[in-house]
Design a protein around this ligand. Structure first.
Ligand SMILES: [Zn+2]
Length: 277
């Protein structure tokens, strides 16, 4: 507890220096010290598996228990907004925003290498995802692969600032392709981490996917509950270009089903109601 608190204060102090002006420091102190015991997931979903019946096929049984995309969206002042932000299966994309004020309940700093020293919010992940990332990185190291955690949690305010900078420097079209509108970044869920390796100098670029680190990540991340979220050739579904570095925590079972089928999270969950293999 005490430790958490000191840690949090240090982060806040560093943050106020490190972040751009206009990007007010979010209260990381309270984020880190609120060790909420709230269970991960299902807090806002309507009754799960309302369609479930005994005739349900055994294949895809996990999928049948998940709420479909259509069941987890509502209109908030004209913005399609997800109703299940704390769910490990939450889908946030260009058509599905998080509530603007959403802050994950259980952000912690995973004990993994970062390619920077600052105590900033991008070190953070939700607790379950953070523990899984530690296991993933440890397994990589056992195989002689050194991974770095480049960017995790991103608050609405940070994303807003980033997006505006992108538009100003790269133009609106480029921004739409590579950056998310505030509220629509998966990084705000606290379940996504950008990962890189020394071979690409820890940059986030497509060639990472061809490096030993990137290949190892794609091959093994599902064993620890992560998926490569933005697949090559799935841009129309995800809304994003291929990003071999962006992994998303969904839990081991779902990650393995999704990866085995070579599909996106969107595909997986939109098929919920009629899950037949
Ligand atoms: Zn990312």
């Amino acid at each position: 507890m005490n430790n958490n608190r000191t840690n949090g204060l240090a982060i806040v102090a560093a943050l106020s220096v490190a972040l751009l002006s206009g990007c007010e420091a979010p209260s990381l102190d309270s984020l880190l010290s609120s060790n909420s015991t709230q269970p991960a997931g299902n807090t806002a979903t309507t009754g799960e598996s309302t369609q479930a019946n005994t005739a349900e096929p055994t294949q895809g049984s996990l999928r049948a228990k998940q709420a479909s995309l259509a069941e987890t969206i509502t209109d908030v002042n004209g913005v399609p907004t997800v109703t299940n932000p704390t769910d490990l299966a939450v889908v946030v994309n260009k058509k599905r925003a998080l509530p603007a004020d959403y802050i994950p309940p259980d952000l912690v700093e995973p004990n993994v290498p970062f390619p920077f020293d600052e105590k900033v919010e991008k070190r953070l992940l939700r607790q379950e995802a953070a523990r899984a990332l530690e296991e993933l990185f440890a397994a990589a190291r056992q195989d002689g692969i050194e991974l770095y955690a480049v960017s995790g949690y991103r608050s609405y305010k940070t994303q807003k600032s980033l997006y505006e900078t992108y538009v100003q420097t790269q133009g609106a079209e480029h921004a739409a392709k590579y950056s998310a509108v505030p509220g629509k970044s998966e990084h705000q869920t606290g379940l996504a981490m950008d990962v890189s390796g020394a071979d690409v100098k820890t940059r986030l670029e497509e060639s990472f996917g061809d490096m030993p680190e990137g290949k190892w990540l794609a091959e093994h991340c599902a064993e620890y509950g992560f998926i490569i979220r933005y697949l090559k050739g799935k841009e129309d579904t995800t809304g994003y270009a291929y990003e071999p570095w962006h992994i998303r925590y969904v839990g081991k079972e779902m990650a393995q089903e999704i990866t085995a089928q070579g599909i996106t999270l969107e595909d997986y969950l939109s098929a919920t109601a009629t899950a037949q293999k």
